[in-house]
Design a protein around this ligand. Structure first.
Ligand SMILES: Cc1cc2nc3c(=O)[nH]c(=O)nc-3n(C[C@H](O)[C@H](O)[C@H](O)COP(=O)(O)OP(=O)(O)OC[C@H]3O[C@@H](n4cnc5c(N)ncnc54)[C@H](O)[C@@H]3O)c2cc1C
Length: 352
């Protein structure tokens, strides 16, 4: 049984996505009790499709013993290749695999969002200091100086030693800490889908991350889950949408945008029956996201467009950096939170 570290009250985490779960686990590993409040009903689960994982995430999660679990289901592509979506010409190739790992000390891999979430969820479920609570929406909070009280939807109040807002792009906690309104709509739309390996024609299947760059569009594909799945992401520019996250996309709109592109692109796009659509948003970076006993993490702190392929990686790095800062001064959470958000600003990849 893990031993509790300092004080009786738990850390309160708003949001049980990728950032919230790794935060809970990293803190619990240091001996702190944590309660995670997730608004979704049913069970803790992750939707979505594939994500790319740069070396920074592996450096971070190796420190909390989760790298091997993550690599079990991940795919390590031999290269990232960029092609012209009109001519088919190869624009550039970035070798990954061994040469990359030798240079950066960690691999470049791709995985399903559900797989990374699953690794973090199992780690939390195996630690008796973590309490995972569904259908629990955090509505508001009060920082009382020596503790924090949150109010859940329905009116219940819960006390904790501090609050960590891991509640994503539209974070309620952020609205009280930074107060910069709604996220910025980028005008870029992502359609994502995942096929089974056998649904991909052999001549179109590639072990690499392949990006087809077209006029105001791009299309990316790569294998997932030890090669048993195939991830497709189609992005185009459009001002038509103002908000939306993980809703069903309109294939007609997609084919209009990709009209005239290479047969390899169109044949793969046609394999999909149901696309999920994301209206991509971000925010202007801020210098600080901690105030007293409340801080932010992951997309709630620093959301970014998917072009950087770093949102989930940075949420994971944040969590490890936060737990280490808190463990270094367990009775001075406000100072530890400042040290954490300051280190994330001054040294991107603070776990390097
Ligand atoms: C198209 C696309 C491609 C991407 N590709 C990559 C990639 O290649 N590599 C990469 O690293 N990242 C990528 N990302 C980014 C990555 O998915 C996000 O950065 C990451 O999921 C952020 O995790 P999070 O836990 O901070 O937020 P979220 O995943 O948004 O989780 C927030 C959680 O909080 C819950 N919640 C919200 N409000 C409340 C509340 N009031 N009370 C309780 N619970 C609440 C939500 O239900 C959710 O479960 C991509 C994103 C998109 C859209």
């Amino acid at each position: 049984m893990a031993k509790a570290n300092g004080g009786d009250l738990p850390f309160l985490v708003a949001g049980g996505g990728i950032g919230g779960l790794i935060t809970a686990y990293a803190l619990a590993r240091k001996g702190f009790p944590v309660r995670v409040f997730e608004q979704a009903a049913g069970e803790f689960k992750e939707l979505g499709a594939g994500i790319q994982l740069g070396p920074s995430i592996f450096r971070a999660i190796e420190r909390v013993g989760l790298k091997a679990g993550m690599m079990d289901d991940a795919w390590v592509p031999p290269s990232i290749e960029m092609r012209d979506a009109l001519s088919g010409e190869r624009v550039t190739t970035i070798p990954l695999g061994e040469p990359f790992t030798a240079r950066f000390g960690q691999p470049y891999a791709v995985t399903h969002r559900a797989d990374i979430h699953g690794v973090y969820l199992r780690a939390c479920q195996g630690n008796n200091l973590v309490s995972l609570e569904n259908s629990r929406k955090v509505d508001d909070f009060v920082d009382k100086g020596d503790e924090v009280a949150i109010r859940l939807e329905g009116g219940e109040e819960v006390r904790g030693r501090a609050l960590i807002g891991c509640d994503g792009m539209w974070s309620k906690v952020r609205s009280r800490i930074v107060g910069d309104g709604a996220p910025r709509v980028s005008g870029h739309i992502a359609y994502r889908a995942v096929l089974k390996r056998e649904e991909v024609p052999d001549d179109l299947w590639r072990p690499d991350v392949v990006l087809w760059a077209g006029p105001k569009t791009h299309f990316v594909h790569y294998p997932l889950r030890r090669g048993t799945l195939y991830n497709l992401v189609a992005v185009f520019h459009s001002d038509r949408y103002v908000e939306g996250w993980n809703t069903v996309g309109d294939p007609e709109e997609l084919f209009k945008r990709f009209n005239g592109q290479r047969p390899e692109v169109l044949r793969l796009l046609k394999r999909i029956e149901t696309w999920r659509m994301w209206v991509l948003c971000d925010r202007e970076p801020v210098k600080d996201w901690s105030k007293g006993r409340v801080t932010l993490l992951g997309d709630a702190a620093h959301p970014m467009l998917q072009y950087l392929a770093q949102g989930a990686c940075m949420a994971s790095e944040d969590a490890v950096a936060l737990a280490e800062a808190v463990a270094a001064s367990p009775h001075a959470n406000p100072g530890a939170f400042k040290a954490y958000s300051g280190s994330a600003i001054s040294a991107p990849g603070a776990c390097s």
